[in-house]
Unconditional design. Structure first.
Lengths: 130, 71
């Protein structure tokens, strides 16, 4: 039997999220426990970092969505890419890290990895039955 | 020794398309359940032709059972 699924990725675990941020070259410094968020209000965060151009961002666990969400003050956003693009990049890399670590635990090996022209990443993994 | 294959396309926005091949029966759903839970919310799920055949047989059996109950 085979199946095909489409999954909307949510930032549900801190480990692949931290790996994803590191992999993208963003350094987590944990300097701040509070980050200026919506309407300039200081919000407690679990992960904090300073992007180039002195843009401060954090991630905080949200009980309603059961996932980490981004905290930043959009009025102070000076980073070279728009915030939507930043979230997309983090989410794509989070999905990649999650797939790599979970399939490795199950004994799969990567046989193919391709970065496509449309910006997507294609992965093929296999395992032989014992 | 059948080979089990997982194929993923991770889109720029983080959306993931997953194809799972080479499993017997319902084991293909169990094989990726943990991964799907860790990734997020499954929005579309389709079983492919070989799975369809086994489900069809199951439906036929169910229909037979139901008619037995009626009698």
């Amino acid at each position: 039997m085979s199946h095909f699924s489409t999954i909307k990725t949510q930032l549900k675990e801190s480990e692949p999220l931290i790996k994803a941020l590191n992999n993208l070259g963003y350094l987590i410094n944990q300097e701040e426990k509070f980050i200026k968020g919506y309407q300039g209000k200081f919000t407690a965060v679990d992960i904090s970092m300073t992007l180039p151009s002195d843009t401060k961002v954090g991630f905080k666990w949200d009980n309603n969505s059961n996932a980490y969400e981004l905290v930043t003050d959009l009025d102070l956003w000076k980073f070279e890419i728009p915030v939507e693009r930043f979230i997309s990049k983090v989410t794509q890399m989070y999905a990649y890290q999650t797939i790599i670590s979970k399939t490795k635990e199950d004994g799969y090996q990567i046989v193919e990895q391709t970065n496509k022209n449309d910006g997507s990443i294609e992965l093929v993994l296999t395992k032989w039955d014992n | 020794m059948p080979q089990k294959t997982l194929r993923f396309k991770i889109h720029q926005d983080g959306r993931v398309e997953e194809t799972v091949e080479g499993f017997n029966g319902n084991s293909c759903n169990e094989a990726t359940k943990n991964l799907e839970d860790a990734l997020g919310e499954v929005t579309v799920k389709k079983t492919t032709s070989d799975a369809f055949i086994s489900n069809q047989n199951k439906n036929l059996n169910q229909q037979n059972n139901e008619s037995n109950v009626t009698f």
